[in-house]
Design a protein around this ligand. Structure first.
Ligand SMILES: *Cc1c(COP(=O)(O)O)cnc(C)c1O
Length: 402
């Protein structure tokens, strides 16, 4: 006889690495009729978004907003600076790095990919070497993912900037912070990042559908030298809008604006440094639990060195098929949804039932993380998956110490 769900009713918890949990304040802000898009509150509110987004991105550059998911921001960023035949370098540490590089190929760029595998961050010496070998400075841009959400590897962008400077190379540094913005510390200006893309449904806690391209003066110069840029993706009117429609090249994403306004209010009321610190302590609690579990059995974190782990997402494995079995059990029996494995299969094949991921981005706090870990402990116990003891105690100790 199959076991009936024991404790699934009640408020569910979506612990996948995007979309993330939406705060009630965001949901409530969005629950309203359509506003006038030509005058009034919405117009005033849209103008306040850009400065507050830039504070999250730590940049004094410009920000263009697009109605679209992260893939739209990938395309938008490339459309402004990459023409057919241009060369780009893509240092890749997971599925999403390949995705952005593939989008550049689709736009006719010649892409040199350096794949660092699924367990290690970028090797900066190899990047310097590749740039030094480009003596004619043909490489126009470097497409680098800050946190690759598939592998949960976080790359050190201060070190990446130094690696580019060591080669004395003028290429644009382009960052994908879709998973990391508002979770892991990111310093666009300080780290010399020229273009940064993000989306609203991860650390920014808004339903999917709006994305962002931040760009500095150097990137503007490259854009202005482009032979042509498609009207829709052009960041010039969006970055310097005089009318609301120019922000969005048409009708504004009305309800996203309300939701995003509420989310930015939450972030800035907490303070972005405090937001990073909260993600850091919760991530350490998760890793402490995983370390304890992995003393017995097959549970393993994908990234060994804590310095290379994201504070927003953790990729894990159990012996196949236990990863999938655990996910399915906690969802059915506890109302807890964990993320599927992504991009971990060799040669682009189907991911095995070993891999899964924990999303801990955005609107998460100590009791939610303890609940997620308790749910995993419960699932492993119910399924007879071997695991070490003391995981919840270890996580509690990390959070208690702050
Ligand atoms: C989620 C994600 C994307 C893709 O974003 P979509 O909104 O799904 O298009 C790209 N890069 C990274 C690092 C991500 O986490």
């Amino acid at each position: 006889m199959t076991q009936l769900p024991i404790a699934a009713n009640g408020r569910g918890y979506l612990a996948i690495p995007g979309p993330s949990v939406m705060p009630d304040a965001v949901l409530q802000a969005m629950h309203r009729p359509s506003p006038n898009i030509y005058a009034g509150e919405l117009v005033d509110m849209a103008a306040t978004l850009i400065p507050d987004l830039k504070r999250v991105a730590r940049t004094s550059g410009k920000c263009a907003i697009y109605i679209g998911n992260g893939h739209a921001a990938w395309e938008a960023s490339l459309a402004n600076v990459i023409s057919e035949g241009d060369r780009v370098l893509a240092p890749v540490t997971g599925h999403f790095g390949h995705g952005w590089a593939g989008m550049a190929v689709g736009l006719g760029a010649k892409v040199d990919t350096i794949d660092f595998g699924r367990h290690s961050p970028m090797d900066m010496a190899r990047i310097t070497k590749a740039l030094k070998a480009d003596t004619n400075h043909e490489i126009k841009a470097i497409l680098a993912v800050h946190v690759d959400t598939s592998t949960s590897i976080r790359n050190d962008f201060a070190a990446l900037r130094r690696a580019i400077d060591a080669a004395d190379h003028p290429a644009l540094l382009m960052a994908d912070c879709i998973a990391s913005l508002g979770c892991d510390q990111f310093e666009m200006d300080k780290w010399g990042v020229d273009i940064m893309v993000a989306a609203c449904q991860k650390g920014l806690m808004v339903p999917a559908g709006v994305s962002f391209v931040f760009f500095n003066a150097k990137a503007e110069g490259v854009r202005n030298a482009m032979p042509r840029v498609s009207n829709y993706w052009d960041w010039v009117p969006r970055g310097d809008p005089e009318q609301l429609w120019q922000y969005f090249a048409g009708t504004a994403p009305t309800h996203h604006i309300y939701g995003l306004r509420a989310a930015l209010d939450l972030i800035h009321a907490e303070g972005i440094e405090n937001v990073w610190a909260r993600h850091a302590v919760l991530a350490r609690a998760i890793w402490a639990a995983c370390d304890a579990w992995s003393q017995t059995g097959t549970l393993a974190m994908n990234v060994t060195d804590v310095m290379n782990r994201s504070n927003a997402v953790t990729s894990l494995s159990l012996a196949s098929p236990d990863g999938t079995a655990l996910r399915e059990w906690v969802e059915t029996h506890l109302g807890l949804t964990l993320g599927i494995g992504l991009g971990m299969a060799e040669n682009g094949g189907r991911d095995s039932d070993a891999y899964f991921r924990l999303g801990h981005m955005g609107h998460v706090n100590g009791h939610m993380i303890m609940g997620m870990l308790g749910g995993m402990e419960t699932g492993m116990t119910a399924l007879g998956i071997a695991h070490g003891g003391g995981a919840l105690e270890a996580a509690a100790a990390v959070i208690a110490a702050g």
